[in-house]
Design a protein around this ligand. Structure first.
Ligand SMILES: Nc1ncnc2c1ncn2[C@@H]1O[C@H](COP(=O)(O)OP(=O)(O)OP(=O)(O)O)[C@@H](O)[C@H]1O
Ligand SMILES: [Mn+2]
Length: 478
């Protein structure tokens, strides 16, 4: 070919060189453009914003915004910190008496445990010791971060299936007797729940458990035990150490070579619904265990707004618009803060679209004057494209709300403390953030949209009713 068409070949080679050189020049030009933009942005941060608006094009403006954000962050401007520094998140705590702490019978824990230096206790025990009548933990207690760090890093000593409930859960044991409730990842993070699936058929999500803990804390409730994400090795951290035969015999290798298991439970515990690793690494959520029931018994309450858990039946509250009038007259909702506590819970559930709040629990020791535990949030955050108005029925039907809750919700709708932003920032502290954001952006913006809906419902109430606000900020109220 070369001999026959030497001239044509030479021309072709020259063309190639031209193209390469052209590309090179093109790249150089771009390099200069980027350098220019970079310098321009760095300098323009210090110019007045109007000058910047005039001098910069659209794309460079967004770059400069980014840089500006970084600069702001560098100065320690965190929306999350600003939120938690706000007076509404630092309200004076009611003075706690001896019987406002969750103490239990002395034979459970050594009596010395109560008096000795707290530095000698493992983080999970300090968490137990910090449970009070009005909240599960003090947000400012540095031990909180230690508990989650402990669960996320300590060696796993044993694993068994947790009985009770319908879906697969594992009980993990750590050194120093710490324990956690594990929920595995079963679907891709962004899978939206099938629209044809009823709420009672939905899978549980590990990231929902994690996100619910963060959301509850951001709302100022502090009623969910600390939950943290972790990557575990299914071979060495479950299969090889479990003493639970019913669990170990359900392990298998999938056709593509991933390690899977399904355990034994009522729903979704079969070869058709396996929990699989990649190839044996699994994402899970770990919830701090509450004190054992034998030490600190709890009472389970059926939610007045419980769903029917049937494809065809409707619950009473769905048929009767005056349903709340009955609830208001029924103990324990006729006294104290119980009704507004259920409404707090409904607001939390509406924000994260959890339709599965059939029961709630309280610590028996505190009787009826105590906070409500928001356990079991695995079915939240299933859908971001739709909101479920019926979850707000307690608020809409009763038109009551705690003053402190309303004020915090209003704060979270303000751009400086925007719920989606503080949530993103809070979730970024979880170790699983390295794998992928715990909640996708559509889920985060759904939070803002739903918050606006909650505030609208309160305004609608104010248009038609008096006595909406339960003033818990006055002395004497809780
Ligand atoms: N952090 C925790 N510490 C101690 N016990 C817990 C904790 N979280 C949940 N539990 C207990 O374990 C039980 C089952 O947990 P969970 O409700 O998450 O499972 P589930 O399978 O979704 O249950 P259900 O099918 O009843 O909704 C709960 O009823 C609760 O009493
Ligand atoms: Mn459940």
């Amino acid at each position: 070919v070369w001999n026959a068409n030497r001239r044509k070949c030479l021309i072709l080679i020259c063309r190639c060189f031209e193209v390469v050189e052209g590309l090179h020049c093109f790249c150089l030009k771009f390099k200069f453009l980027f350098l220019f933009l970079y310098l321009h942005n760095h300098l323009s941060i210090h110019l007045s914003s109007s000058m910047r608006r005039q001098s910069l094009g659209r794309s460079t403006r967004s770059v400069s915004k980014m840089v500006y954000k970084v600069v702001q962050k560098g100065k320690g401007h965190s929306k999350l910190e600003a939120l938690f520094n706000h007076p509404l998140y630092n309200l004076p705590r009611p003075e706690l008496q001896e019987d406002d702490w969750l103490k239990w019978e002395e034979d459970g824990y050594d009596k010395a445990a109560w008096t000795s230096d707290s530095e000698t206790h493992p983080p999970w025990l300090r968490f137990h010791l910090g449970i009070s009548r009005w909240e599960l933990y003090d947000r400012k207690d540095p031990n909180l971060a230690e508990v989650t760090h402990y669960l996320a890093t300590q060696r796993i000593l044993n694993v068994v299936q947790k009985t009770g409930g319908t879906q697969l859960k594992l009980l993990m044991s750590f050194p120093n007797y710490g324990q956690a409730l594990l929920k595995p990842m079963r679907q891709s993070r962004d899978a939206e729940t099938d629209v044809n699936l009823f709420y009672f058929s939905d899978f549980e999500r590990h990231n929902a458990e994690i996100a619910a803990f963060h959301l509850d804390r951001l709302l100022g409730f502090n009623r969910i035990p600390p939950v943290v994400g972790r990557l575990i090795n299914m071979s060495t951290e479950i299969k090889e150490i479990t003493t639970d035969r019913r669990l170990s015999r359900t392990f298998f290798t999938s056709p593509v070579g991933n390690m899977c298991f399904y355990g034994q439970c009522e729903y979704y515990c079969s070869t058709e619904h396996p929990v699989c690793g990649r190839p044996h690494v699994l994402e899970v959520s770990l919830a701090t265990m509450l004190p054992d029931l034998s030490l600190a018994p709890r009472r389970s309450w059926r939610s007045p707004w419980r769903r029917s858990y049937s494809r065809t039946k409707q619950a009473q509250w769905e048929k009767d618009p005056a349903y709340c009038d009955t609830v208001k007259q029924t103990p324990p909702y006729n006294q104290g803060s119980r009704l507004v506590d259920v409404i707090d819970m409904a607001i939390l559930d509406f924000l994260m679209s959890n339709m599965d709040r059939h029961h709630y629990e309280t610590f028996e020791k505190f009787g009826n004057e105590t906070f409500l535990l928001h356990l079991d949030n695995g079915r939240a955050f299933g859908r971001h494209s739709r909101d479920e108005p019926s979850i707000l029925a307690p608020l809409r039907q009763c038109c009551r709300i705690r003053r402190s809750t309303l004020l915090r919700l209003q704060l979270l709708s303000h751009p400086d403390f925007r719920l989606s932003d503080v949530m993103r920032e809070s979730l970024a502290r979880d170790p699983l953030k390295r794998v992928a954001p715990l909640l996708s952006e559509p889920h985060l913006s759904a939070l803002d949209r739903r918050l606006a809906t909650v505030l609208q419902v309160v305004r609608d109430c104010q248009d038609h009713h008096d006595d909406i606000i339960y003033n818990d900020l006055e002395a004497g109220a809780s």
